[in-house]
Design a protein around this ligand. Sequence first.
Ligand code: GLU
Length: 308
Amino acid sequence: MHPEVEAGRGAVVGRFAPSPSGPLHFGSLVAALGSCLSARSQGGQWLLRIEDVDTPRCVPGAAEGILRTLERCGFEWEGPVVWQSARGGAYRDAFERLQAAGRIFGCACTRKEMADSALARDGTRRYPGTCRDGLPPGRAARAYRLRVPSGTLSFDDRVQGTIAEDVAADVGDFVLLRADGLFAYQLAVVVDDAEAGVTEVVRGADLLDSTCRQILLQRLLGYPVPAYAHLPVACNVAGEKLSKQTLARTVDGTDPARLLVDVLDFLGQRPPADLAASGLAAVWAWGLGNWSMDKVPRQRTRPAPGYA
Ligand code: GLU
């Protein structure tokens, strides 16, 4: 844990955790500004983590581009940037703890073999439980899954209200160590947030369906459960999530003060009409002084006018 964060224990710690799968776009700026203003307006700290655990999905140069855009918009984070690609040892320790507790099993199923199983809420296949009680004869483990206990889990999201899910029924035993040898995002995010002392997770509502899986892992690993706030995801007027390329182009070509005011507006904060003309420092000062999570619209998606 970073010493400054350690010293601040007990206080609010927020974070922004972009995946470097493309340039920073309007939707990611929403999560960046919302998480930063929420933590800072409570006198807390805000951390930055690059989620490059899924190396095949990382785009060369994207992480550096994200950092440049954040700096251009006046974001300042506490301590060094954490890179998931350097944290395999921490994920392995957590994985081995779960394994020692009998929570993990090896799975031989290929994607093709599971193609007929039901679709989970997030569009992935629900695991039918084929290898739960042992590998079929002559087959070797490809991936490793968590043995998910049955029962409904719920949490109170500060924006979206009470969310409940029966992970065993909806998702089934999910993968923690993938067939390509990489640790799954669900495990990495939980280990990283716990080790960094994160007390609140403010991010896009596209991750709402992952949260119960993450809370389950936090409980099994004995980690505290942070507070959650899932912000609306930017979409076009037709309600479709915007492509990274379209949004990124408009973000790069826009004055940063104007951009942050548009994000504040998108998040229901009602900034004054002339705020952007006052410059970037004034926008930050207004945001820190006026941020209210209660004003964020309780929507999973929301049109981002001008960026569609
Ligand atoms: N890396 C994820 C993304 O860019 C965010 C994960 C999180 O905030 O928990 O969508």
